[in-house]
Design a protein around this ligand. Sequence first.
Ligand SMILES: [Zn+2]
Length: 269
Amino acid sequence: MSRTLVAFHAHPDDEALLTAGTLAKAAAAGHRVVLVVATDGALGLTSDDLRDGLGDRRLTELARSATAMGVARVIHLGYADSGMTGEIPADPPGGQRFGRATTEEAAQLLAAILREEHADVLMSYDAAGGYGHRDHVKVHEVGARAAELAGTPRVLEATVPRELLTRVISCVGHFYRFPADFDLGVYERAFTPRAQVTHRIDVRRQIPAKRAAMAAHASQAAADEGADRTLALFLRIPRPIYDLVFGREWFRDPAHTGPVSDDIFAGLP
Ligand SMILES: [Zn+2]
């Protein structure tokens, strides 16, 4: 039976890092996959020469990533990036920063898409918002409310088992100097404890699609001379380690009971 999966993300490139394998796997199995981003990611880090028009550039990169994953439709919910640090900047002309939108109003927009698509599954974020970016925390809140409004049967919170993440990061730290935008401490209170993970998806066969999705976000691997970026670092990890780290994806379904599942659509009405 063909299902519809709507994946809700904060910024272009989040879909590639956390969920590309699962989205590509669902699409390859003949399910309809719809990708929604809250913001255009215009405040993401990049090199100075890419700063102008970064939002448009990142939406173009997102379209390329979507093609690599077999996504049927891409939608920008219309909000502006809230940025990571300090106060939320002033709204851009004619726009509103996602962090300043009310959860209810953003959830109404997402719920309209869930209804139109007859979504079986909404993919969202864990309550920590992954590593804690305010737009990611907001995705969790908006996603939960939108699914409630639209009556979407299943919400899967994309995450990583916290214990695995901290172990891998400290291991990688023996071989690589971490880039300037990397804060190890963040990961000790980020994402989800392993005991709360309900779905573990094997995406080893989707690694080429996942690497292509990551590589599509070229602006996010770019930095000024002397700097380095997390995405660029991930793509340089030797394949055996990359496959170990990125060959599985994890989710938490707050309503799930029983053993960890390997199929995001199993048991749906
Ligand atoms: Zn993000």
